[in-house]
Design a protein around this ligand. Structure first.
Ligand code: FBP
Length: 559
C-alpha cells in the first residue's frame, strides 16, 4: 500500500516563496502606521460596538535591521468556515515565523473551528506535524467549523483556555463571517484588558473578502483553476458528442466571482451573474427566456449542445426571490423554537409558511417545485446565511427551460432537441492541492500574521499586496477589521458583519465577460485550461487569476 502519491511527496518539499518585505526574517521588519480608518457603513454603530479596535490605522511593514517585539509568545490558531486551498500553509508560515522569533514560542491549533477555543479542544502543533501538511489542500490538520463567537460566556471560556496555555495571540483563518468573529473577540479581549491580541487571515474560495488592502482571499486561485479544468473538460465532451446542454452550478455563495472567473478562463456559451440579474431586475422568467433564446438560436445553427454556468447564489439576486428569501429568513428564525412547526411534515410546513408570507411571495413560493421549497426552508448556517449550495438552481432552470422550449416549439420558434446534464462543482475544488500562487500567498499571510502579533496589533487582517508581481515584490501589512464592517440583518436581527464584496458591474472583470459573451454564445470559443501545473514555465505555474490581473491593471491605470 502506498502512503502518498509521488506528486504529494514532491509538494511536501516545495519551498513557498515569501513576500519580499518579510524575506529577511521576522527579526528584520519595521512597522509603519498609516492613515486612520473608519467603517464600510453604519459608522456610528460600528464605533459604538467596537470602541477598542475602531479607528485604527493601516499597518505596513518594511525591511530594516530593526526588530519588532521579542517577547516570548504562545499563539493559538483556528481554521474557520468552508475549506479553502492553502490553509495549511497559513499555519506553516505562522509556525515558521513564530519559531524564527523564538524557538520557545508554541503554536496551539484549536480543533474543529471556533468551538475548539471555547471547549478547550486543541493540540500543540509541532514541527513534525506541520511538515506533514506543507503545501497540502484541506483543513484536516486541525479541522474547521462554523460556530459563531458572540456571547459573553463563549469569550470567558476562551479566555480561561488561553490563560491555561499562556496564549498571547489568536489567529483566526476565515472568510467574512469568521473575521467578524475575530473582530468581536478582539474587542472583547481588549475591553477586558486580557493582553491577548486577535489577528485574522483572509480565506474563502468565494473571492468575496477583498478591498483596496486585501487583493484576493486565499483559495480563490486554486478553486477557480480546478473548476475551470472541469468545465473545460465538459466543454470538450460537449463539443465532441454534440448532444447535451450542460448546466453547471458553481459554488461561491452570494457573490458571482467564482462563476465570472471560470467563465473568463473557459469561455462558455452562457454565463449568469447574480449581481447583473439584480441590477437589471431580471425576473426568473426573463432569465429562463434569455437562456431558452440562446438554446433555440444555437439549435437553428444545428448546435443542440452548449454550456451554461450558473452562480450558486443566483437565486438570492432575482428580485422576487430576494424579497421572498428575506421574509423566509425572518420567518424561519422566528419558527426556530416553535415545536408545532418543527414537528410538522414538509407539506404542513409549506402551508404554515405560505399563510405568513405576503401575497406575491406566497404565490411565488407555491409555484416552486417541492424540492426547491424544502431547500429554501433548510436551516440557515450559524451566521444566518441561506445555504445556497443546497439549492438546486441548475435543476430549477432546466425544468423551466424545458417548459419554455415546449411552448416555443408549439409557436414554431424552436425546432431543436434539448437534452440536459446538471452539474454542481464546489466541494471538488475546496480542498485541491494549492496552486503555487496559493501556496506562496498563504505562507506569506501566515508569516505576516505573526509580524502583526509582534507589533502588538489586534483586530487586524493580515494583508499581502502587489500579488500579480513576483513574490519578491509583494508587500505586507495589516488592515483593521472594523474598516470592512457594516450592519446587516441576520437571523432576524441587525448585526455587525464584514460586508461581502460582490461583483461590480463597472469592473474590468465583468466588462470582459460583457464584451465577449454574444460571440461565446453562438461560436464555440471554448478554452480547455487543463489541470493546475506545479512544475514548469512560470507563466503556466505561477500566474494568478484573470480577475486579479484585470483588477490590478485597472488600479495601475488609475494611479
Ligand atoms: P466560506 O469560505 O464563506 O466559509 O464559504 C465557502 C463555501 O464553500 C461557500 O462557497 C458555500 O456556499 C459554503 O461554503 C458551503 O458550506 P458547507 O461547507 O457548510 O456546505
Amino acid at each position: 500500500m502506498r502512503e502518498i502519491s509521488p506528486l504529494q511527496k514532491e509538494r511536501l518539499n516545495y519551498k513557498p516563496k515569501l513576500a519580499g518585505v518579510l524575506a529577511n526574517g521576522i527579526n528584520s521588519i519595521k512597522l509603519t502606521l498609516g492613515e486612520k480608518t473608519s467603517a464600510q457603513g453604519d459608522v456610528e454603530e460600528i464605533k459604538k460596538l467596537f470602541p477598542a479596535v475602531f479607528n485604527k490605522p493601516i499597518a505596513k511593514f518594511d525591511t530594516t535591521g530593526e526588530s519588532l517585539s521579542t517577547e516570548q509568545k504562545n499563539v493559538g490558531v483556528i481554521l474557520s468556515g468552508g475549506q479553502a486551498p492553502g490553509g495549511h500553509n497559513v499555519i506553516a508560515g505562522l509556525f515558521d515565523a513564530l519559531k524564527d522569533a523564538d524557538s520557545n514560542n508554541k503554536l496551539y491549533g484549536f480543533l474543529g473551528g471556533p468551538s475548539g477555543i471555547v471547549e478547550g479542544k486543541y493540540i500543540e502543533l509541532t514541527g513534525d506535524i506541520i511538515d506533514k501538511y506543507r503545501n497540502t489542500g484541506g483543513f484536516d490538520i486541525i479541522g474547521s467549523g462554523r460556530t459563531k463567537l458572540e456571547t459573553q460566556e463563549q469569550f470567558e471560556k476562551a479566555l480561561v483556555v488561553c490563560k491555561n496555555l499562556n496564549i498571547k495571540a489568536i489567529v483566526i483563518i476565515g472568510g467574512d463571517d469568521s473575521n467578524t468573529n475575530a473582530c468581536l473577540l478582539a474587542q472583547w479581549m481588549a475591553q477586558n484588558n486580557t493582553g491577548i491580541t486577535v489577528i485574522g487571515c483572509p480565506k474563502t474560495i468565494d473571492g468575496d473578502l477583498k478591498n483596496d488592502q486585501i487583493e484576493i482571499s486565499f483559495g480563490f486561485d486554486t478553486a477557480t483553476k480546478t473548476y475551470a479544468e472541469l468545465v473545460g473538460n465538459i466543454q470538450r465532451d460537449a463539443n465532441s458528442a454534440k448532444k447535451y446542454w450542460h448546466f453547471i452550478k458553481l459554488m461561491g455563495r452570494s457573490a458571482s466571482h467564482v462563476c465570472l472567473e471560470v467563465a473568463l478562463q473557459t469561455q462558455p456559451n452562457i454565463t449568469l451573474i447574480g449581481e447583473e440579474v439584480e441590477a437589471k431586475k431580471q425576473s426568473l422568467d426573463e432569465i429562463v427566456s434569455y437562456m431558452a433564446n440562446i438554446i433555440a438560436t444555437r439549435a437553428k445553427l444545428g448546435k443542440n449542445f452548449g454550456i451554461a454556468l450558473i452562480p450558486e447564489g443566483l437565486i438570492e439576486f432575482i428580485p422576487e426571490m430576494k424579497v421572498m428569501i428575506a421574509s423566509l429568513n425572518d420567518l424561519t428564525a422566528k419558527l426556530e423554537n416553535n415545536s408545532e412547526y418543527q414537528n410538522a411534515s414538509n407539506e404542513q410546513k409549506y402551508q404554515i409558511i405560505t399563510s405568513k408570507l405576503d401575497e406575491n411571495s406566497a404565490k411565488l413560493f407555491n409555484s416552486l417545485p417541492s424540492s426547491i421549497k424544502a431547500q429554501l426552508l433548510m436551516d440557515r448556517d450559524p451566521h444566518g446565511n441561506v445555504q445556497v449550495s443546497k439549492i438546486e438552481t441548475e435543476k430549477l432552470l432546466i425544468e423551466m427551460i424545458k417548459t419554455k422550449l415546449s411552448k416555443m416549439k408549439e409557436e414554431g420558434k424552436y425546432d431543436g432537441k434539448f437534452s440536459d446534464q446538471a452539474h454542481f462543482f464546489g466541494y471538488e475544488g475546496r480542498c485541491a492541492m494549492p496552486s503555487n500562487f496559493d501556496a506562496d500567498y498563504c505562507y506569506s499571510l501566515g508569516y505576516n500574521a505573526f509580524a502583526l502579533i509582534q507589533s502588538n496589533l489586534s483586530g487586524y487582517l493580515s494583508s499581502i499586496k502587489n500579488t500579480t508581481k513576483p513574490a519578491s515584490q509583494w508587500l505586507a501589512g495589516g488592515v483593521p477589521l472594523t474598516m470592512m464592517m457594516n450592519m446587516e440583518r441576520r437571523h432576524g436581527e441587525i448585526k455587525p458583519v464584514i460586508k461581502k464584496a460582490l461583483v461590480e458591474l463597472d469592473s474590468p472583470v465583468f466588462k470582459e465577460l460583457e464584451k465577449n459573451r454574444e460571440t461565446w454564445a453562438m461560436n464555440d470559443c471554448y478554452i480547455f485550461p487543463g489541470a493546475i501545473q506545479y512544475f514548469g514555465p512560470s507563466d503556466v505555474c505561477d500566474t494568478t487569476t484573470i480577475t486579479l490581473q484585470l483588477e490590478q491593471e485597472k488600479k495601475l491605470l488609475n494611479v
